[in-house]
Design a protein around this ligand. Sequence first.
Ligand code: PMP
Length: 334
Amino acid sequence: MTDIRDGFLDSIGNTPLIRLKRASEETGCEILGKAEFLNPGGSVKDRAALAIIRDAEARGLLKPGGVIVEGTAGNTGIGLALVANALGYRTVIVMPETQSQEKKDMLRLVGADLRLVPAVPYANPGNYVRYSETLAGELAKTEPAGVLWANQFDNVANRMGHFHTTGQEIWRQTDGKVDAFTCAVGTGGTLAGTGMALKEHNRNVKVVLADPLGSALYNHYAHGELKAEGTSITEGIGQGRITKNLEDAPIDDQVQVTDHEALPLIFNLVRQEGLVLGGSSGINVMAAIKVARILGPGHTVVTVLADYGTRYQSKLFNPAFLRERGLPVPDWLD
Ligand code: PMP
């Protein structure tokens, strides 16, 4: 009997589902977090990276020695670079300069060619996503083995990865006893793909968008208007448009979560449960609590613990950074 995973690629996915003690006790529900921070690249985005690369290979869009270009808040870039290392591709990663130093360091560590750009809206051609597409086109003129623009936002191989893995795993792990699934959206791949899979098993499973301030999606799904208000320090989530991954996503409801709600939760998870998580996980767990309160006691709500907190140590766990922005500070670090 052996239980061996065959290298990096085979180590992606099949993450544990963790019962969150305090959140469950407070709501009378089972609040379960899918431990995506335990993926070998450290985030949920390992799944999208692998799915996008395998899909491109199957379509003949990637050849040995080829270059993968992508615009990312960081985690997808880390996942792509690691999958690329394991398969013999190279990566050029475009990222807004505002993202955490820890993610930039990690991208350099794993050998990505990192290009930092100013954080400007999608409407501006200098936006990290738009620029990554332009750069992919330019590099394609000289790269003999070809260039793939991964295009995680509008490439539905992303959500299909979650459809075939994350969603099926949650169904199996809960033995089908799942009432609701909620998570925040960057590309929408996780919410749409997982939601579609769960609904295929049982169409009564509620799929709920968790939206931080500064994102336009809450207003879109609640009022039919893509409008953003406020800001958030969370990285990798929030969206101003309906990406291809979000198109026809089976979203039943939406909750909005502020940083003031999510941060104390992140701090409590460290000290009370031993879970050191990134900001989007705080938004997700708070959303799961809100969904549990809407459904009432006795339900099972699943959410996503997207990445590890050390990836944002200089921000989320930095009293000076938090105080400057008028945000809650972890008392044991103060
Ligand atoms: N949380 C974190 C930390 C992320 O990096 C991302 C992806 N950018 C998400 C959540 C959102 O996932 P998705 O792109 O599948 O919507």
